[in-house]
Write a protein that binds this ligand. Structure first.
Ligand code: NAP
Length: 245
């Protein structure tokens, strides 16, 4: 039987590749976007052309409770119960700590932490009722060890890890798994603002000597959503080329 996965921030990058992976594995996928309606719609049209009724583009700013509720309502109405939730939507910002504004701080936590909170709250009642479900939250290696000039991002991604571990304990008795993926440097638009020499330096520092691709993260997410990981919960899986050990 086909299942449904909802992937937030799936208009591009890691989220899009993750949605594609789940779709290839036979899932129906809800492709969430915030501003990129065009790319998300185009992606979903192509998936539906190849397998009618297999994908839905669903707009919502994950930091807005009403929009999150409507996203889950539409997804469940059109694709069925959400059995896998991937909290991938996120923003990043590089700035000296002393230059950070209160707005920078609030925006980071509103999208990267509150967004995950709201989506989990929307997904869990159904999962608890069915006594089945998997949640995968996307953190970052900077949430594990911290990064200079990314204090608010590191703090938010660290919160994602602690949130994952706490929620995993709370909903484990309902047979729901909550895990986390903490990627290293992945070649996406998120890193587009970094100068080429900074990307080269990160590649050189990475023991495997390459930048990660969105598919490297998508495979890790898939593993944590697949039956092969049924006894794994509250864990952090780190596709990072060995940069953070
Ligand atoms: P990306 O290319 O910048 O894509 C970000 C996605 O998040 C877009 O689809 C964007 O949608 C969506 N998004 C942003 N704000 C949103 C909001 N308020 N509501 C709903 N969607 C929103 O980033 P990426 O590199 O694929 O990163 C994906 C996740 O991996 C993020 O959580 C990021 O922190 C994490 N990560 C990335 C790296 C890396 O090196 N790239 C490393 C570690 C962790 P719209 O365009 O529609 O607004």
């Amino acid at each position: 039987m086909e299942k449904t996965a909802l992937i937030t921030g799936a208009s591009r990058g890691i989220g899009r590749e993750t949605a594609l992976k789940f779709w290839r594995e036979g899932f129906r996928v809800a492709v969430n976007y915030c501003r990129s309606e065009g790319p998300a719609g185009e992606f979903v049209r192509e998936l539906n052309r190849l397998r009618p009724g297999s994908a839905l583009a669903v707009g919502a700013d994950v930091s807005q409770k009403g929009q999150v509720a409507e996203m889950f309502r539409r997804t469940e109405e059109e694709l069925g119960p959400v059995e896998v939730l991937v909290n991938n939507a996120g923003i990043a910002q590089q700035k000296l700590f002393t230059d950070l504004t209160e707005e920078d701080w609030d925006r980071m936590f509103t999208v990267d932490v509150k967004g995950m909170f709201l989506c989990c709250q929307a997904a869990l009642p159904g999962m608890i009722r069915r006594k089945r479900g998997k949640i995968v939250n996307i953190s970052s290696m900077w949430g594990q060890v911290g990064a200079s000039c990314e204090v608010h991002y590191s703090a938010a991604k660290g919160a994602v890890i602690a949130f994952t571990k706490a929620l995993a304990q709370e909903v484990g008795p309902s047979r729901i798994q909550v895990n986390c993926v903490a990627p290293g440097v992945i070649d996406t638009e998120m890193n587009g603002a970094l100068p080429p020499d900074a990307m080269d330096a990160l590649r050189e520092e990475t023991p495997l000597g390459v930048l990660g691709q969105p598919s490297d993260v998508a495979e890790a997410v898939w593993f944590l959503a697949s039956p092969q990981s049924d006894f794994i919960t509250g864990q952090v899986l780190a596709p990072n080329g060995g940069l953070v050990l």
